[in-house]
Design a protein around this ligand. Structure first.
Ligand code: PEP
Ligand code: MN
Length: 338
């Protein structure tokens, strides 16, 4: 249930509304706007008569939300969420570009790539130090050493860092080096982990699970929001379908669908979404045209020798070309890539 207060409702009135909701067993999340306060009342109490709240002084509107996700819904927050990660804005009219290798491999590699993606207009450096690999016999990432290298390369070229955290034991460590915590597709439904991320101090980039519906994806975001971390960025990265010609099927339709259902920023990952290097640029164009708030793209200085996902990593000159094209598309729809 969502309770919207009247313009000019006093703090005392709002506190009384919260008290009554708590008394009936609801957890209350408060979002204070410029003129009105929105209270998200979380809890399943089918017998509760919402008119009891409607009648309280200071209440303008009570909305019952039929979706299972509440805090992630547009009903809870009508305007799109915008998060500032240092001087990089996520959401709003800007389209943010996150780029870098699949994995951090060496100092020379990450510095070379950071320099080139920054020069073309990326604001956030991506790269994994803890890698969720299908085979336990393949490169698993450099661990803390990789995080350190990534942080210094990002600082050198004025970039922010997004990198994957794979389980709760890594949260504190990754938070020391990263600006955004990436949760991989394979972990999207690891609910105890999502609860832990609710207490994390950094924004979370939540990838869509390989076979997750939009509803399940938003429920996973809800776990993090309900834990108290309100900075969740959704990332469409392709789903498993019957198609075998591509690595995954990038569900571009999910972008506008989620934007209607949720206030959270939605970015897209054309690299994992299609998995084939020469198709990444057209998919990146399509994601921006569909209204994504950003894209996350794999780029490598030497993709043929990359330790992971070389086949879907752009060559530097392809990344430069992609940036030119997506910039034009962003402008055509009234947005910008800084
Ligand atoms: C990655 O970003 O390199 C990655 C492993 O992503 P996903 O979890 O979407 O497969
Ligand atoms: Mn990858």
């Amino acid at each position: 249930m969502i309770v919207v207060t009247e313009h000019g409702a006093t703090d005392k009135q709002i506190e009384e509304i919260i008290r009554v909701l708590n008394e009936h067993g609801f957890d209350v999340h408060r979002s204070t706007g410029i003129q009105q306060t929105v209270l998200g009342a979380i809890g399943v109490h089918p017998e509760f008569d919402h008119r009891q709240i409607q009648l309280l002084p200071g209440v303008a509107e009570v909305l019952r939300i039929t979706e299972q996700y509440k805090l992630a819904s547009r009903a809870f927050k009508r305007e799109g969420s915008v998060f500032d990660v240092g001087d990089v804005r996520i959401g709003g009219s800007q389209v943010v570009v996150m780029a870098g290798p699949c994995s951090v491999e060496s100092e020379a590699q990450i510095f070379t790539i950071a320099k080139l993606v920054a020069a073309s207009g990326a604001r956030i450096l991506r790269g994994g130090a803890f890698k969720p690999r299908t085979s336990p016999y393949t490169f698993q990432g450099m661990g803390e050493e990789g995080l350190k290298l990534m942080r210094s390369a990002a600082d050198e070229y004025k970039l922010k860092v997004v990198t994957e955290v794979m389980d709760r034991s890594q949260i504190d460590l990754v938070e020391k080096y990263a600006d955004i915590l990436q949760i991989g597709a394979r972990n999207m439904q690891n609910y105890t982990f999502l609860k832990d991320l609710g207490h994390a101090s950094k924004p979370v980039l939540l990838k869509r699970g390989l076979s997750a519906t939009i509803e399940e994806w938003l429920m996973s975001a809800e776990y993090i929001l309900a834990g108290g971390n309100h900075q969740v960025i959704l990332c469409e990265r392709g789903i498993r379908t019957f198609e075998t010609a591509t690595r995954n099927t990038l569900d571009i339709g999910a972008i506008p669908v989620v934007q209607k259902k949720s206030h959270l920023p939605v970015i897209a990952d054309p690299s994992h979404g299609i998995g084939i290097r020469d198709k990444v640029i057209p998919m990146a164009r399509a994601c921006v045209a569909a209204g994504a708030d950003g894209i996350i793209v794999e780029v490598h200085n030497d993709p043929d020798h990359a330790l992971s996902d070389g086949a879907q990593s752009l060559f530097p000159e392809q990344f430069t070309q992609m940036m030119k094209e997506v910039r034009m598309i962003a402008e055509a729809i009234g947005r910008s890539i800084l």
